[in-house]
Design a protein around this ligand. Structure first.
Ligand SMILES: [Zn+2]
Length: 393
């Protein structure tokens, strides 16, 4: 499917603008679903009116419309530290309130989506759907009844854990493997999510937890914002080929994370070296706090070592290509992590106005419009529908 090698007779400029027009048309006429956008957490740190153009940030309404985005999953994210400190459930409630506020403030632009049917109807009506996914199961706080509670509040997927092992699952980022995968409660959580119709998100979990979810879930699952480990060997946060194959056999979908350090090994190497340098600097200056120097340290580091090497659009398309060659076109989609990965987004994919660039990149690799429509949203909607149907049966 890759490597379209048609002879170029028209001038190159003419052909590229034709592909661009086709890309724009596809982006506008099909449903684009992006399963991971961190705008609520961004606004919690710095308020802004996302119904109009915002200074900075990766998401606002005008840019999302320009990009053809239709179902923007709002990430209801709770920091991993709250698991021990307390307050996870309250933190999640606050972000859900905020997303409801977007809709209350601009009902002519936004609508919550509780189902695939909502997404399709709102697409026809010209409304941008804001389904909600909970990033980190910490707000469940050990009470299985909280799953139904958050379902009624509109949560339609849950990422079982985040950067630390929690009471549900171990994390790919945490050396503490207290459960060797899922906890006993975590197995119950998976079954209850199946019963209620909440999608299970295996992004962030440890490999052991992933395989246990595969054995336990009665329905396909998603990776809401993960990329292919093939390009970043040893980075457990991305999915290995074996895992992508198992996910596909179950009918699920991997939603590719655009963050440069998820995409390109060169970016990973740079940011690993920068973290090591920051840790050393903190050790030498014990009165400083990481969060206070995070940005200024990055600036100083860049002056000495050069800027962070961004991944390119082409690198991102390589991830889509890799998954498709491995398991076919039905198991890959978009989980950009916009507003969640700082300034590390690839050249050509800097914000929610950029989806047509991705479409153009896929067209240039020889993918058909029918394939691209699946990648943009239909694969994800198929999984969501299967999860809904199972819960109803
Ligand atoms: Zn994340």
């Amino acid at each position: 499917m890759a490597g379209c090698s048609a002879t170029i007779s028209a001038p190159e400029y003419g052909e590229s603008s034709e592909t661009e027009t086709t890309a724009q048309t596809i982006a506008r006429s099909s449903i684009i679903a992006d399963t991971h956008i961190d705008v609520p957490y961004r606004l919690q740190r710095q308020a802004a009116d996302i119904s109009a153009a915002t200074d900075g940030g990766d998401f606002d309404y005008p840019r999302a419309v320009a990009g053809g985005l239709n179902a923007a999953f709002m990430s209801i994210y709770t920091p991993a530290t709250l698991e021990a400190e307390g307050g996870s459930r309250e933190a999640a409630e606050n972000l859900i309130d905020m997303v409801e506020g977007f809709v209350a403030q601009s009902p002519e632009k936004f609508a919550i989506a509780l189902s695939v049917a909502d997404v399709r109807e709102q697409f026809e009506a010209g409304l941008m759907s804001l389904p909600m996914g909970m990033e980190n199961g910490s707000p469940i706080e050990g009470d299985i009844g909280n799953l139904e509670y958050f379902f009624t509040r509109g949560i339609r997927y849950i990422t079982l854990t985040h950067s630390l092992s929690n009471h549900i699952s171990d994390s790919s980022y945490d050396d503490n493997r207290q459960w060797n995968g899922l906890s006993e409660f975590g197995f119950d959580v998976v079954r209850e999510m199946n019963r209620l119709g909440i999608m299970i998100d295996i992004s962030h979990v440890s490999d052991d937890a992933f395989w246990q979810v595969m054995e336990t879930s009665a329905v396909p699952v998603i990776a809401s914002h993960s990329s292919a480990r093939h390009f970043t060997p040893g980075f457990e946060r991305n999915m290995s080929d074996d895992m992508i194959e198992a996910l596909a056999i179950n009918g699920g979908v991997i939603q590719i994370n655009f963050g440069s350090s998820f995409i390109a090994q060169a970016t990973r190497d740079y940011s690993d070296a920068r973290s090591d340098a920051r840790e050393q600097y903190l050790a030498e200056n014990p009165d400083l706090v990481e969060s206070d120097i995070y940005e200024s340290f990055a600036e100083t580091y860049a002056e000495e070592h050069g800027p962070l090497p961004f991944a390119t659009l082409d690198d991102v398309v390589d991830h889509f290509d890799h998954v498709i060659k491995l398991v076919g076109v039905d198991h890959v989609g978009i989980g950009s992590d916009y507003d969640g990965v700082g300034d590390s987004l690839p050249v050509g994919l800097k914000d929610v106005a950029s989806y047509p660039n991705l479409v153009k990149g896929l067209l240039e690799r020889g993918y058909s419009e029918a394939d691209i429509v699946k990648i943009l949203g239909e694969n994800l909607l198929r999984v969501w529908q299967a999860v809904e149907d199972h819960a109803r049966s």
